[in-house]
Design a protein around this ligand. Structure first.
Ligand SMILES: [Fe+2]
Length: 277
């Protein structure tokens, strides 16, 4: 059972319910996020337009030498660690506007850029609030990491799963980053694995809601206090599917434990899934 938290509730209630949800299940649905559904809808339209372009145009925006952390990643590039075949998807990544680690963002047109920048800003505001809760929660256990996410390697990713006969759209995996914020999608398909290995459909969501999960970086940093729960995306309906996760990262130099920086952790994982050469 994935808990649902109303962000308009009193702060102390939101903080306790949100952190408890991530510690117990690794997932939480948030309502009243202040991110207008209309903005997500505009971004969905932008990505549909971009992905409909011929490959000869799209590959102008692909940068393999930076692990495709900005711009386009062509179909079949990413393969989950446990999978035998690549995920049937192409995607487009927009990084934190304040980060220069992977160079500047590139945009196919001004409307795409304008909406992506607004969405990036809204997601960052929400992620700062959520990581503030986690940071406060962990203060009793370890040093606070409140500063570490202000200039983090956050990534907004537009994902397109073209029509195919593959049942598994995104093979089972745990997220690499601290938190992932995923907006409502009109197409079902997200499944979450419980401790006994059984798959469950993600709860029905409503327009304007987001689902948040905690990833491997937060699990490592919190020494297992926070879960990084296995999940996947399967084909439930025919036709194309679109998705728009926002991956919350700390700054590259942030130490996740005594020996591992966020940058090292990220790039090792990017190599293991094929997006960084
Ligand atoms: Fe994921």
């Amino acid at each position: 059972m994935i808990p649902r938290v109303n962000l308009k509730d009193p702060e102390s209630v939101v903080q306790r319910r949100f952190t408890d949800a991530l510690k117990q299940t690794g997932f939480c649905i948030l309502s009243n996020t202040n991110i207008p559904y209309e903005l997500h809808k505009q971004a969905y339209d932008d990505m549909k337009h971009f992905f409909s372009l011929p490959l000869t145009q799209k590959i102008h925006y692909e940068k393999p030498h930076i692990g495709r952390q900005r711009g386009y990643a062509s179909y079949g590039i990413e393969q989950a660690i446990t999978a035998n075949v690549p995920d049937p998807k192409e995607f487009y990544s927009i990084g934190n506007m304040h980060s220069q680690s992977y160079g500047c963002n590139i945009f196919p047109n001004s409307m795409f850029e304008q909406n992506a920048r607004r969405l990036m800003d809204q997601n960052q505001r929400l992620s700062h609030r959520l990581l503030g809760y986690v940071s406060d929660d962990l203060k009793g256990h370890q040093h606070a990491f409140g500063w570490a996410w202000r200039n983090g390697e956050h990534l907004l990713r537009y994902i397109h799963y073209p029509e195919s006969n593959q049942e598994i759209l995104s093979a089972e995996h745990e997220d690499i980053n601290l938190l992932t914020i995923l907006p409502y999608s009109p197409q079902p398909g997200l499944q979450i694995q419980d401790n006994q290995g059984t798959w469950h459909d993600a709860p029905l969501m409503y327009k304007g809601e987001v689902i948040v999960d905690s990833g491997d970086m937060l699990k490592l940093y919190s020494k297992g206090i926070y879960q990084s729960t296995t999940h996947r995306v399967i084909r439930k309906t025919s036709g194309e599917r679109y998705s728009m996760p926002f991956f919350v990262h700390p700054e590259p130099t942030f130490l996740l434990d005594e020996n591992v920086t966020a940058k090292t952790f990220l790039e090792d994982r990017l190599r293991s899934i094929g997006v960084l050469n």
